[in-house]
Design a protein around this ligand. Structure first.
Ligand SMILES: Nc1ncnc2c1ncn2[C@@H]1O[C@H](COP(=O)(O)OP(=O)(O)O)[C@@H](O)[C@H]1O
Ligand SMILES: [Mg+2]
Length: 255
């Protein structure tokens, strides 16, 4: 079943010179319930702009985005958002960070406590409730950010480069953790990334974006069981295919 539909999305920003900068033009795709899709593309191609419109933080210039058949007109608890570099509230404990969105919900304190506890279990953070973000490893900070986004039980989880700022070894570990966490939560995910291996490891489908106007160059279904074996021939085949598509996308910028 289709959960999310992105229909003819165009986004134009005015330049300081008063001209139109068309970042996205007539972008179309849909996401099925339970699917994990990645938007993969070179830096500056409009990935974050697209994701923030799905999140309801910005409006498209034209076109519309539908969640469960309803047009998205603003942020809501149905959309869990993890910002680039998983920005946590540095002055709040793990528990308070996770509980943050629940204050806007019509729930009793007991229900809220139970929900936070469920999220702590899910994200493997039991015993760290009272810590501040600065006392946590990068992987744990990421899990807090995802747990915070999941606490309101959204219909879709939106991740903007969730593994952006970490080194290679940490990255693979965090990919494993994210894969497990999202699998356990059984949620629909749209993730933005410029990292090919990350998109292959985590996604059911990868939409490859070109460098011009958000053009979707290819919609690649990754037909591999999870958890994925990074050394398998098929896995490496997908990485090579997507890398060559991206290389083409970069090539067009230079033209
Ligand atoms: N609020 C804005 N005003 C003007 N230009 C913007 C704004 N947000 C993004 N852009 C431009 O839109 C393009 C796409 O940006 P972005 O969506 O952040 O790309 P990505 O996430 O793929 O790196 C860039 O050229 C960026 O400068
Ligand atoms: Mg971005």
């Amino acid at each position: 079943m289709e959960l999310l539909q992105v229909k003819d999305i165009t986004k134009v920003f005015p330049t300081p010179q008063g001209e139109d900068h068309v970042v996205l033009e007539d972008v179309n795709f849909s996401v099925n319930e339970g699917e994990f899709i990645s938007l993969l593309g070179p830096s500056g191609c409009g990935k974050t702009t697209l994701l923030t419109m799905i999140g309801g933080f910005q409006e498209p210039t034209s076109g519309a985005i539908f969640l469960d058949g309803n047009e998205i007109t603003g942020p809501s608890a149905e959309k869990g958002y993890v910002f680039q570099n998983y920005a946590l509230f540095p002055w709040m404990t793990v528990e308070k960070n996770i509980a943050y969105g629940l204050q806007f919900k019509n729930m009793t304190q007991e229900e809220k406590n139970r929900r936070v506890d469920e999220m702590l279990q899910l994200a493997n953070l039991k015993g760290h409730e009272e810590k501040l973000p600065i006392q946590l490893s990068g992987g744990m900070q990421q899990r807090v950010a995802v747990a915070r986004a999941l606490a309101c039980k959204p219909r879709v989880l939106l991740l903007d480069e969730p593994l952006g700022a970490v080194d290679f070894q940490m990255r693979e570990l965090m990919q494993n953790q994210l894969d497990m966490l999202v699998g356990k939560a059984g949620i629909t995910v749209v993730m933005v990334t410029h990292d090919v291996a990350e998109s292959v490891f985590l996604s059911d489908r990868v939409l490859v974006m070109g460098s011009s106007r958000g053009e979707i160059l290819e919609d690649v279904t990754i037909r591999l069981p999870k958890p994925r074996d990074r050394d398998s021939e098929e896995y490496i085949g997908y990485v090579e295919h997507l890398t060559s598509l991206l290389r083409k996308a970069f090539g067009r910028t230079e033209a």
